[in-house]
Design a protein around this ligand. Structure first.
Ligand code: AMP
Length: 219
């Protein structure tokens, strides 16, 4: 299956992507995570992207399209993947389609997690990530086994700079500007399914499973 997850920051896209990826053995790609890794390693892309990310702005399309396409090619995952955090603009969607067309493997489904600002803000303010491997936690909804430590690699958990309230406000503003054109773009292809992103992750996943079955995407 080739899926795109859309929704505001805090909609639970990363969490659902992880669950889908584990259950159906599909590769999960998060452009936010790829960019954070580039920033951590201080690569050329990381240096270019860092200031945009700190401000809660979108990183320019060209940079993000390149980083995503290289990842898709590097991992040879033309058949199956879940994109989380990409595309964020219509231009990115067009760029992705062009690339996939050359493999004859179009996007099959877009899951749109419609989520209220209140819920998104509550999730983002409590989110913690591993400073080393980037795994996601939440101080209430998804506690690590040992407080402040990553279950996977035991490194320290930190709050993302862009999960702080002033930046979250900006990220939600940017999201609201971009979502309608993106939804229009994919609605024209009849591949969008909307879900209630305010529900608990386990409930949302039950809905996701139903949609995947209905659309014949689970084999
Ligand atoms: P995320 O982890 O998806 O919340 O992304 C964190 C930040 O990375 C965003 O606020 C943007 O600055 C940047 N970013 C991630 N994905 C994209 C994208 N597809 N286009 C532009 N910027 C992105």
């Amino acid at each position: 299956m080739r899926l795109i997850l859309l929704g505001p920051p805090g909609a639970g896209k990363g969490t659902q992507a992880e669950i889908i990826s584990e259950n159906f053995k599909v590769f999960h790609v998060s452009t936010g995570q790829l960019l954070r890794e580039a920033v951590r390693k201080s690569t050329k892309i990381g240096k270019e992207a860092e200031n945009y990310m700190k401000r809660g702005e979108l990183v320019p399309d060209e940079i993000v399209i390149n980083i995503l396409i290289s990842k898709l090619k590097e991992d040879n995952i033309g058949q199956n993947f879940i994109l989380d955090g990409f595309p964020r603009t219509e231009n990115q969607a067009i760029g992705l389609d062009k690339e996939l067309k050359s493999f004859g493997k179009p996007i099959e489904l877009v899951l749109y997690f419609n989520t209220s600002d209140e819920v998104a803000i509550q999730r983002l303010s409590g989110r913690r990530i591993c400073s080393k491997c980037g795994a996601n936690y939440h101080i209430v909804n998804r506690k690590p086994r040992i407080e402040g430590k990553c279950d996977k690699c035991n490194s320290d958990l930190i709050q993302r700079d862009d999960d702080k309230p002033e930046v979250v406000k900006q990220r939600l503003k940017v999201y609201k500007k971009q979502i309608e054109p993106l939804l229009d773009y994919y609605n024209n292809k009849n591949i969008v399914e909307e879900l209630d992103g305010n529900k608990k992750a386990s409930k949302v996943f039950l809905e996701v499973e139903k949609i995947l079955e209905k659309r014949n995407l689970v084999r």
